[in-house]
Design a protein around this ligand. Structure first.
Ligand SMILES: [Zn+2]
Length: 343
């Protein structure tokens, strides 16, 4: 660890040099760096000899990341919600972002075909189950199936014809995830009258069904994955290296959401490890390499080995060159971190 204290010339008072945070770039005393910043957020597992940053990320930035980026990454991504499936998190600790989630699950079969759901922990069932998003479904005249709309997406009365939907006739409207009274009120706002005709089976009784998931990966999630990449670089190359101007775009994107004139994060389903395809090892991966242009530094991040985020850490890096190429596998089963070969 770098020594930051420095005795003044008089010897009476001790002057302590400030430390510049690698994210906000503010100079702060050592006392503003009490928490350790984890390269892989703790919500994604604890590891032996874990990679943590000491005296590099100030407590204010650490707090901001925890409350904003990491919370969304843990609760509102497919990777985050898969943690219970891979034993990284217990089912009863599952915290759902609710029906406003970035993840929308569409039911593909059974009496609720076409309806939307989200995952949440059910105390009754003692496990994570599908819960209905409050929504209203209308009969599709041609197919005889229903098309569902979350409450804030219900079309206006005059749009029904062009959408090929009906709201008249018996059983043309189905209400899911909310009460009859509330539904009647919502529909009345659209000029549609609703008459209660009876219940269909509840979603609880039809759990093991085919579903289709759509996840919105927005900038908050991109920032959270970019932070893992930048933290990893800082862990191996140190504060002085990552404080260089060449990393200002990625730094400001992670901390403040500032966009660069080029894409900073891309997501794909290509595996990082050369020998993997559909079947993959369970754990997280982070790698750093020089880009094909030979002057840009990029990273790859994959949580639970599900999606691959490519992060442009520095485009046209202008500092002194050094060998930054490296990669690690974070095994979520045994908590070990393995260095990857780089051929
Ligand atoms: Zn800071």
């Amino acid at each position: 660890m770098r020594r930051v204290g420095e005795a003044s010339q008089t010897g009476k008072k001790t002057m302590t040099a400030n430390i510049r945070c690698i994210y906000c770039q503010e100079d702060k005393p050592e006392s503003a760096y009490e928490r350790s910043e984890h390269v892989i957020p703790q919500s994604f597992g604890k590891f032996l000899n874990n990679f943590t940053l000491l005296h590099l990320v100030c407590d204010a930035c650490n707090q901001f990341f925890g409350d904003n980026l990491e919370l969304a990454l843990a609760r509102d991504t497919l990777e985050g919600q898969s943690r219970t499936d891979f034993g990284v998190k217990k089912a009863e600790d599952f915290r759902s972002p609710g029906h406003q989630s970035r993840i929308r699950i569409k039911i593909d079969e059974g009496p609720f075909k076409g309806a939307y759901a989200y995952r949440d922990y059910s105390e009754v069932d003692g496990k994570v189950t599908l819960q209905p998003v409050p929504q209203i479904g209308f009969l599709q005249v041609e197919s005889g199936e229903r098309k569902y709309f979350p409450l804030n997406e219900i079309p206006d009365k005059q749009q029904f014809e062009e959408l090929g939907l009906s709201f008249q006739g018996p059983k043309s409207i189905r209400v899911v995830g909310l009460g009859v009274e509330e539904a009647s009120k919502k529909l009345a706002e659209k000029g549609i009258s609703f008459r209660y005709e009876g219940d269909v089976v509840s979603m609880r009784e039809s759990q093991s069904i085919l579903t289709e998931e759509q996840a919105t990966i927005d900038h908050t999630i991109f920032r959270a994955t970019a932070k893992i990449a930048f933290n990893y670089l800082a862990y191996w190359e140190g504060g002085e290296f990552v404080r260089q101007l060449s990393f200002d775009w990625i730094r400001n994107f992670v901390r403040y959401g500032v966009q660069a004139p080029y894409p900073l994060v891309r997501v794909s389903q290509h595996p990082i490890l050369a020998d993997e395809d559909m079947r993959r090892r369970v754990g997280h991966l982070v790698t750093i390499a020089w880009a094909a242009d030979g002057v840009s530094i990029f990273a790859q991040v994959s949580l639970l080995n599900l999606f691959t985020y490519s992060v442009a850490l520095a485009r046209n890096y202008e500092g002194v060159r050094r060998n930054v190429v490296r990669g690690h596998f974070f095994n979520t089963y045994d908590g070990k971190i393995l260095e990857l070969g780089t051929n």
